[in-house]
Design a protein around this ligand. Structure first.
Ligand code: NAD
Length: 266
């Protein structure tokens, strides 16, 4: 067998939402190192401009800034138009932007609940729709990868909006995958467990809480953003050419019902 040394994404054009920090930033580095030209997205441009300077350079041209709020239709329309124009096309989108609000469910305000759904669900729907419109018009066999969460299936008290949003994302991925499979468009998601990113500063920067979280994970440690980026890249690459509509859990075993490791039941 001849081993191909070609970078997996050479010449590919990739839009990554929520890529100013954390998992999205790691995904941007991963794709750029593998030869892709990327369009970076977050609401503010300044962090994206700084990140662009740090990304691996590709001969096909500069990486692109596509700032905007992915929960707002006008922003998504404009940022897709800019990304497609400046990249000269679009092959892959990574729907990664997301956030959470932690509050007891009986106290959660409607506006907090709706703001989580707007980014984590509506944002995925809007950006997928603009990508699909472009791919259908130009006959591109595009790929969508969504960053879901273990809370797509594990209930999490206090995370009502977040758990509901990631559950919705799971079925959105399966629906889109089925609807466009015959056009050669694939749609999958990666569901991270506990990952060290700015979203989790509250426990990652506190040694006691870090240990408490680690103790609950079968592999006894949180994951890092590169471990998520590698799984995202796999689902966006030709290596997964027959996979669609799937959620790949990347969680150190969190979804394995760790409490059953020792036999406390009959
Ligand atoms: P993060 O807070 O470090 O980064 C989130 C990114 O999304 C940032 O770039 C932020 O600017 C951007 N963003 C937020 N709202 C936006 C909006 N309305 N429009 C455009 N961009 C927006 O978070 P992270 O930990 O890197 O999380 C990334 C994704 O991974 C999220 O979807 C999150 O739900 C998911 N996830 C994270 C973990 C974890 O442990 N960190 C676990 C499971 C799932």
């Amino acid at each position: 067998m001849t081993l191909s040394l070609k970078p997996r994404f050479k010449g590919q054009k990739v839009l990554i939402t929520g890529s100013s920090q954390g998992i999205g930033e790691a995904i941007a580095h991963f794709f750029a190192k593998e030869g892709a030209r990327v369009a970076l997205n977050a609401r503010q441009e300044d962090k994206l401009l700084a990140l662009r300077k740090k990304l691996a350079k590709v001969p096909e041209g500069e990486h692109v800034i596509a700032a905007g709020d992915i929960s707002k239709e006008k922003d998504v329309e404009a940022l897709f138009a800019k990304a497609i124009k400046e990249l000269g096309g679009l092959d892959i989108i990574i729907n990664n932007a997301g956030f959470l609000i932690n509050a007891p469910s009986d106290e959660m305000t409607l506006s907090d609940f709706e703001s989580v759904m707007a980014v984590n669900v509506t944002g995925v729907m809007l950006s997928s729709r603009y990508a699909l419109q472009y791919w259908l018009k130009h006959n591109v066999k595009g790929r969508i990868v969504v960053t879901s969460s273990v809370h797509e299936t594990i209930p999490k008290p206090g995370y009502l909006g977040y758990s509901a949003s990631k559950g919705a994302v799971g079925n959105m991925v399966r629906t889109l995958a089925l609807e466009y499979a015959s056009r050669g468009i694939r749609v999958n998601s990666v569901a991270p467990g506990a990952i060290v990113t700015p979203m989790n500063d509250a426990w990652t920067k506190d040694p006691e809480q870090y240990k408490a979280v680690s103790d609950h994970i079968p592999m006894k440690r949180p994951g890092n953003s590169d471990e998520i980026a590698a799984a995202v890249a796999f689902l966006a690459s030709e290596e997964s050419s027959y996979i669609t509509g799937q959620t790949l859990y990347v969680d150190g075993g969190l979804t394995l019902y760790g409490d059953f490791e020792k036999n406390w039941s009959s």
